[in-house]
Design a protein around this ligand. Structure first.
Ligand SMILES: [Zn+2]
Length: 266
């Protein structure tokens, strides 16, 4: 490879890409959203945090991975009452992901990880990963970065259940650790105006018993759902380390995972 140790997909030339295929590298596609994150954080939170943990994992497993340019727009029309948010329709979103996987599969890659940074993308990346595995000679898995380090999130958080959801203690801590100049700390304010329910609440670590999403502005005036005043760079560092280590472990395991033959029982 021309750039020694380069794990950035789009930094390779096409002959180098053939080499990357021969090395059976795992494709990692970061996906996020361009979306409001309260008055104290910029709109790039989901993209920046997801991209950062993917880069951190790539540094730990540099020979096993190819990191794709991120998909920076997501499924989030429910945030549209807040200026700046960009919403992509669910079907466009799924088809876009399927086209990306189809392309890398065509070039010969067999392992694809879709790493997500935005809660509401979850059902769509799941559908896309399942469909992509049926449509191509690949195995494709999809997950949200904080899900692979749930234990660490549980250790770090001080927020009670229902308070780790959006622009909260966790996201603000990670941002404080990775790019403190982007956090308007003086504007950070806790908010949770969810209607109390035995069945429905939002929480990235331990979500409610049923799924539902109302317009964000019906339950949040600031755009926040959580308590960013509990955030710290120390918490962010602990989370970053946990997520990147788990992600690197997953990449290595996924690379060696055999794709077993189908058996037609008709
Ligand atoms: Zn977010």
């Amino acid at each position: 490879m021309a750039e020694v140790g380069s794990y950035y997909y789009d930094k390779l030339s096409w002959p180098e890409m053939k080499e990357a295929v021969a090395q059976r590298r795992v494709i990692v596609l970061p996906v996020g959203s361009t979306e409001q994150h309260g008055p104290h954080l910029p709109l790039d939170v989901d993209n920046f945090l997801c991209q950062s943990v993917c880069e951190g994992a790539a540094r730990l497993a540099p020979d096993d991975v190819l990191l794709m340019p991120p998909l920076s727009y997501g499924f989030n029309w429910h945030h549209i009452d807040f200026p700046g948010t960009i919403g992509i329709a669910w079907d466009n979103y799924v088809r876009f992901l399927l086209d990306i996987v189809r392309s890398v599969a065509h070039h010969g890659f067999r392992k694809v990880l879709i790493v997500n940074g935005h809660g509401s993308n979850r059902p769509l990346i799941e559908v896309a990963a399942r469909q992509a595995t049926m449509d191509n000679e690949v195995i494709c898995a999809a997950f949200t970065y904080f899900e692979i380090a749930k234990e660490a999130v549980g250790r770090v958080r001080e927020s009670p259940r229902g308070w780790v959801a959006h622009a909260d203690e966790i996201e603000t801590s990670l941002y404080l650790y990775l790019r403190p100049e982007g956090v308007r700390t003086e504007l950070a304010e806790a908010e949770n105006n969810m209607l109390p329910s035995e069945f429905w609440w939002q929480d990235l670590q331990e979500g409610g018993r049923i799924g539902m999403m109302e317009w964000w502005s019906t339950f949040s005036h600031t755009g926040v759902l959580g308590d960013p005043t509990l955030a710290s760079a120390e918490k962010g560092e602990a989370l970053y380390r946990a997520v990147t280590e788990e992600l690197a472990k997953l990449i290595r395991e996924f690379k060696e995972r055999p794709i077993r033959p189908r058996e037609d029982h008709h």
